[in-house]
Design a binder for this molecule. Sequence first.
Ligand code: IMP
Ligand code: MG
Length: 174
Amino acid sequence: MAERIEVLIPEEEVDERIRQLGEEISRDYEGKEVHLISVLKGGAFVTVELAKRITVPVTLDFMYVSSYSGTESTGIVKIVKDLDQAIAGKNVIVVEDILDTGRTLSYLLSLLNDRHPASLRLCTLLDKPERRVTEVKADYTGFTVPDKFIVGYGLDYDQKYRNLPYVGVLSFEE
Ligand code: IMP
Ligand code: MG
C-alpha cells in the first residue's frame, strides 16, 4: 500500500505558532529561568525551535520514554533514557510533540513531580483531545488536531517522516 501525506498545518503556520508560544512563555517566566525537558524523539523538533524563541535563560535536558509501536498505543510506558540532571527547585516545562491518549504524559508528569521541581508545566505542539483516556491538560498548546494519524515536525510513522517541516496527515492507498 502506498503512503500518502496531506499537509494539515503548513510550515509557516507551525513556525509562527511556536514563536507565539515562546513569547508567552517568556512573559510568564519573566525574571526566572526555565528548564525545558524534551521528550525524545518527537519533542526534540519543537523543543529546539521553542528554545530559540524564549528570551529568559533556558537550560535543556532530554528524556526518552517509549509507549508506541506502529500506529497503535500499547499503553506501556518505558523509560529508555532518563534525565542527566536533577530538576529539584527548577521551573520545568516538558515539551512534547503530541498529547494523544495522555498515557505517556500522565506517567511522565507524575514521575517528574516526585522529583520536586519548583514548578512543572506542559507544552505540546499538538493536542488530539478526542483520543484522551487519562486526564492531562497542557499549559501551552500549539494546535488542536483531529483524530487522524499525524506525521511531521517530530511525529513519525515507524520512525519515518519526523523531519517534515510541516504537520501532515498520513493515509494509505491501494
Ligand atoms: P499518548 O501516550 O497516547 O498520549 O501518546 C503519546 C505519544 O504517542 C506521542 O509522543 C507520539 O510519539 C505518539 N503519537 C500519538 N499520536 C500520534 C500520531 O498521530 N502520529 C504519530 N505519533 C503519535
Ligand atoms: Mg513522542
